[in-house]
Ligand binder design. Structure first.
Ligand code: ACO
Length: 437
């Protein structure tokens, strides 16, 4: 007999069996898809803390161990041995590329890195202080209008093209918007440069002048993008899959995902970390803010700490810490912010409040410091996250398309509002009659 879990309803002593499904790694799951049919009840799981919403073979996280695998490859190994584009290829094509494949992939991304010039007019519609994440959300939704007609979204070749286009165009859109806001001349992609270097080039270059991009800067940004490439069913990826389940345009799914990522509990945390470090200001103030973070009556939280899944050091944060130290040595980072960050980490890793709740630094704790060292404007930090996460979102969307029996995502609720208190019950027929009078 297959492994099952038995649920007993103590109100009527009835029992129901539910199958246990085993994955390749990680906790088994109880298949409760027949729960409502069998028992007339739903489950209640705020924030889906105990719910698997899909089958996936892309990314695996062991939150207790602090392990992250993409298609079976450990993130620390990938960060040490591969570049961002290898991981993009791995996520989209389900295997690491050989040299020839990587070269062809690079060329394909370069060719697709330009955007239709009509899209530049979109930037004029935004107020001067528009947040880049809101702009990016609008841009990606707009991009769907250029790739809607005559597309067959059921053809894997076509959706691979959509994925590559998205990854290729995001740096161009991000850099163009930055130049637009600053009033600087737009810089077009340089096809002789690599993916990551080209982004820094579009951000920094001016006509007839030399642009200084150090190899360590390219490496730092490239690794940072790689570390953000996918993270299984987090809030934004779940958003992408949820919108995808309605058969919406893939770019509309990505635009929704950007909206989810923007929040400071998710991808917006890297911006909040820097703002918080600047607010704390000096090492002497750290104790005061640690006390605030521990106070149950104070909503203040230490940004860059804690994670829904990791109950150990986030493996991405470990890689970023090494990178941050390398950057300090080679180009220098605002040393006061580093001092404040180090002191916070030192206290948090030894304080019982943080230890007992498994609150370790997450990927955002150091990413903000690295991006600041690269002179990326603070408001664009989450945009860097989007550039890194886009291949993961598209891989998840493509997986959804490949799977049979995908159901529209439609959770239920525990209704706690008033019962029917309508003074005179009006049925559909009555409405029709009354409106005819
Ligand atoms: N500072 C202080 N206390 C915290 C923090 C924090 N950063 N994070 C969690 N806690 C405390 C909570 O108050 C709670 O305490 P309690 O048990 O006494 O009530 C306990 O730890 C558990 O916290 P939850 O909010 O229930 O944990 P959850 O898994 O729902 O939230 C989250 C995870 C949102 C990341 C949370 O830790 C947080 O807000 N962190 C700060 C924001 C941040 O860095 N976000 C980036 C996450 S990584 C990413 O998205 C890329």
């Amino acid at each position: 007999m297959a492994n099952t879990v038995t649920l007993t309803d103590n109100r009527n002593a009835k029992s129901y069996d539910f199958p246990i499904l085993d994955g390749a790694l990680g906790p088994s799951v109880i298949d409760i898809s027949s729960l409502y049919k069998d028992t007339g009840m739903f489950t209640f799981d705020r924030g889906y803390t105990s719910t698997a919403m899909c089958r996936s073979s892309i990314t695996f996280i062991d939150g207790e161990k602090g392990e992250l695998l993409h298609r079976g490859y450990d993130i620390a190994w990938l960060a040490e041995n591969k570049i961002f584009l290898d991981v993009v290829y791995l996520l989209l094509h389900k295997k690491l590329p050989d040299d020839l494949e990587l070269n062809d992939f690079r060329k394909e991304l370069k060719i697709r890195s330009f955007i239709n010039e009509k899209m530049l007019k979109l930037f004029d519609a935004f107020p001067d202080r528009a947040h880049p994440m809101a702009v990016l959300q609008a841009c990606i939704a707009t991009l769907s209008t250029y790739y809607s007609r005559d597309m067959n979204y059921d053809d894997p070749k076509e959706y691979m093209e959509l994925a590559i286009r998205l990854v290729a165009k995001l740096p161009t859109l991000a850099a163009f918007y930055y130049r637009h806001v600053m009033g600087y001349p737009i810089v077009y992609p340089d096809l002789d440069r690599g993916f990551t270097e080209n982004f820094l080039y579009m951000m920094r270059s001016f006509p007839h002048s030399h642009v200084n991009i150090k190899p360590i800067e390219v490496k730092a940004l490239d690794t940072l993008l790689m570390l953000h490439a996918d993270h299984e069913q987090n809030a934004s990826t779940t958003t992408v899959r949820t919108v995808g389940s309605t058969h919406s345009h893939p770019y509309s799914c990505i635009s929704a995902g950007i909206g989810a990522l923007w929040g400071h509990a998710h991808g917006g945390a890297n911006e909040s970390v820097i703002k918080q470090l600047e607010m704390i200001g000096s090492v002497e103030n750290v104790d005061k803010y640690i006390k605030k973070a521990k106070d149950k009556d104070d909503p203040f939280r230490l940004m860059g700490f804690g994670h829904r899944v990791y109950k150990n050091y986030d493996p991405r944060a470990k890689v970023l810490k090494g990178l941050r130290n390398q950057l300090i040595d080679e180009i220098g980072i605002d040393s006061n912010l580093i001092k404040v960050a180090n002191r916070i980490e030192e206290i948090a890793l030894t304080d019982d409040y943080f230890i007992s709740r498994n609150l370790y630094p997450n990927v955002d704790f150091n990413s903000g410091l690295i991006l600041k060292a690269l002179n990326i404007p603070t408001e664009m930090f989450a945009v860097m996250f989007v550039m890194g996460r886009a291949p993961g979102w598209m891989a998840q969307w493509m997986e959804l398309k490949e799977q049979a029996n995908v159901k529209i995502v439609r959770p239920r609720q525990l209704y706690i509002g008033p019962k029917d208190i309508t003074p005179e019950h009006v049925g559909p027929k009555d409405v029709e009659l009354k409106s005819r009078k």
